[in-house]
Unconditional design. Structure first.
Length: 296
């Protein structure tokens, strides 16, 4: 029997994630039939998913923190079966809510969709740090290799998220947001999400949700946002040691990649943006996207 180990190379990391979810589990999630009021938090990885789950759940429960981990109350649609969560069971409050990293075009039709996008370099760096100590040995895989040989190759889906969101940004069943704009105006974001969810937002509820979706509050309650349900159910299947730790709540900083990501990675990400985004929808940069969504 192979000894569990964390990845020290890109090939080992790819082998771990080959077993992370099952085709059957993913198919079951994507076959879900939504109610019109169901809320789907749709994001690329590390673009504010957990943050938005907390906002959505707080709004529908007046700030209930009565959960062991956020995935219990806002299930991960395409992973639910593999982590022993039944997406058809009644949820603790209405509207029902789910998270997904599927591109919007692939998410079950008929619900309502909150899409959050983040600067791709910051998102990549956040994912790199999220994996360290859980599926990767710390300092064993360089950021350059992770970005160009794993994130770019296996997770080019990020840029597909941008295009799919842009094409539907004006639809009444879509709320399109940027992570950085949320950081800039959290109270305004809570107001927009409440309006989209058709929840009456009184001053008390707004204060509760803003306070409980603040990064300091979420770090103080880190165990509720650390993905331990996913790790407890999938580590052994993926051949990863059971003692790994991680957190989905780091520091929430904007622009941290400017000083941490190599210049050739930045240049490659800019090139991909030109190919995938500028050529298709005309946005010259992520900053342009952020400005457009801020103005909506």
């Amino acid at each position: 029997m192979t000894e569990p180990k964390r990845a020290t190379s890109i090939s080992e990391l790819e082998a771990i994630f080959a077993n992370f979810r099952t085709p059957e589990g993913e198919a079951l999630g994507l076959a879900y039939q939504p109610d019109p009021t169901d809320i789907f938090v749709v994001t690329p990885a590390k673009c504010g998913t957990t943050w938005m789950q907390q906002i959505v759940h707080g709004l529908r429960t007046r700030g209930s923190m009565d959960f062991d981990e956020i995935t219990q109350v806002v299930p991960w649609l395409e992973m639910a079966k593999d982590i022993n969560i039944d997406i058809y069971q009644p949820q603790v409050a209405n509207p029902r809510a789910f998270k997904t990293h599927q591109v919007l075009d692939n998410v079950p039709k008929g619900g309502k969709y909150i899409i959050v996008i983040r600067d791709p370099q910051d998102a990549m760096l956040s994912l790199y740090r999220f994996y360290e100590g859980w599926v990767m040995e710390k300092d064993s895989i360089q950021i350059r290799d992770f970005a160009l040989d794993f994130y770019k190759k296996g997770r080019r889906r990020y840029w597909q998220h941008v295009t799919a969101m842009w094409n539907r940004r004006n639809d009444s069943d879509v709320l399109a947001l940027c992570y950085e704009n949320m950081m800039e105006n959290l109270p305004g974001t809570v107001e927009r999400v409440a309006d989209f969810m058709e929840i009456k937002l009184d001053d008390e509820l707004k204060d509760i949700v803003v306070r409980q979706s603040d990064f300091r509050f979420m770090k103080d309650h880190n165990h509720k946002f650390d993905d331990h349900i996913v790790r407890d159910t999938r580590n052994a299947v993926c051949g990863v040691p059971l003692d790994g730790t991680t957190s989905k709540v780091k520091n929430g900083k904007v622009g941290e990649s400017k000083n941490s990501v190599p210049d050739d990675v930045k240049a490659e990400f800019d090139s991909i943006w030109n190919e995938e985004i500028t050529a298709q929808i005309g946005l010259r940069s992520y900053d342009d996207l952020r400005k457009e969504l801020r103005a909506m």
